[in-house]
Unconditional design. Structure first.
Length: 370
């Protein structure tokens, strides 16, 4: 499959110039069809011909295997979640924090990577916010901040600047002092290759509704099999070995984070989305994304770029005098982008399904902002 063929399967792109994949990736028809076909089977056929629970669990396991292969993990290291936020929040609740424990996160995090720690702060946990510059962090400052920390959380690819943090290097620094590492990777899958084994992080949270072009509700959580001291605060029949026993015991591995009856359709869609982007090729997608993002950055005055002049991803953040008004004006002209709260700017998310013509038209529409 080529990027052009993929574009042709996304109905939204026939109507608008869509450049907001960092928030939501409109799904191909094939992804929606897969979810709808499962729902029809699950609701119409399975109750009479087999068992709805068997049908659901078959899809859970099929998706688990697909996700594991896609990110370089083992199947028992993958939990199927609703979202990145759910994965991070579930992890935060599963750690036996004690008053005085330290949690570190950067000032580049999405609210999903901030709010759980704010809640813990009210319970006596010290939260340190590591300041960054232009989307990058200082290694020495990072090393000092995590030296006595229980956990450090950071994004693999920043939603604010589109910069790529050196995950493996930061994990190595944190592990020198036995600090647990949680990575928010939601901007990575579908945009570039991802290998959690190479990263070495303890926990990685992500989802498929952005660059993977999946549906909302198709999240996943990687938990390294050597991290065995996490005890979820919520428990259900999917979490435990024997749900009808006198005493419960959590399932080994990441499955302990799955609770109960959940609609498999978003994860069916996630599996289909993984197959679709894999058919195009992640390396091919990454090359095209970087080229198109570079074309955009080349057309923006240097003093207006918050992202690197040579973009490291499809996320390009641009300084304009009135971000909200600019987003509204561009929407009326047929472009979908978004405003950021910090930095106060607009963000353009360029995918491989975009075209040179679209980038040039956007630059022309942006010209009055300079």
């Amino acid at each position: 499959m080529t990027p052009t063929e993929l574009r042709g399967d996304i109905p939204t792109l026939a109507e608008t110039t869509y450049l907001n994949y960092g928030a939501h990736g409109p799904s191909p028809q094939s992804v929606v069809d897969a979810a709808q076909a499962f729902i029809a089977h699950h609701e119409y056929d399975a109750p009479a011909a087999s068992d709805p629970y068997d049908a659901a669990f078959e899809e859970y396991e099929r998706t688990r295997e697909a996700v594991a292969s896609f990110v370089g993990a083992k199947a028992d290291e993958i939990a199927l979640t609703e979202s990145t936020s759910a994965g991070i929040a579930t992890t935060a609740a599963a750690i036996d924090f004690q008053p005085g424990d330290v949690v570190v996160h950067t000032d580049l995090e999405h609210p999903a990577g901030i709010l759980p720690w704010q809640r813990l702060e009210s319970e006596g946990i010290e939260v340190r916010v590591l300041e960054t510059t232009d989307g990058y962090l200082d290694r020495e400052a990072f090393s000092e901040a995590v030296a006595d920390a229980r956990l450090v959380a950071f994004s693999a690819l920043t939603w604010t600047h589109g910069t790529r943090l050196p995950v493996a290097e930061l994990v190595e620094i944190a592990h020198e002092t036995d600090t647990l590492v949680l990575v928010d990777a939601v901007q990575v899958p579908g945009q570039m290759p991802m290998d959690v084994g190479e990263w070495g992080a303890d926990i990685v949270a992500a989802a498929g509704h952005k660059w993977l072009l999946g549906l909302w509700g198709g999240g996943f959580l990687y938990v390294d099999r050597n991290v065995d001291d996490l005890e979820p605060r919520t428990v259900g029949y999917r979490s435990v070995e024997n749900p009808t026993g006198d005493q419960f015991a959590f399932k080994p591995g990441a499955r302990r984070f799955e609770i109960g009856t959940a609609n498999p359709a978003p994860h069916v869609a996630l599996c289909e989305a993984i197959e679709t982007v894999s058919a195009v090729g992640l390396e091919r997608i990454e090359r095209r994304v970087r080229r198109l993002a570079g074309r955009l950055a080349d057309g923006v005055p240097d003093d207006r770029l918050h992202s690197p002049p040579q973009p490291e991803s499809g996320l390009v953040t641009i300084d304009v005098d009135a971000p909200a008004e600019t987003v509204d004006r561009l929407e009326r002209a047929g472009f979908v982008i978004r405003e950021l709260p910090y930095p106060e700017a607009i963000r353009v998310s360029v995918h491989a399904v975009n075209t040179d013509t679209e980038i040039d038209a956007l630059l022309e529409a942006l010209a009055p902002a300079w």
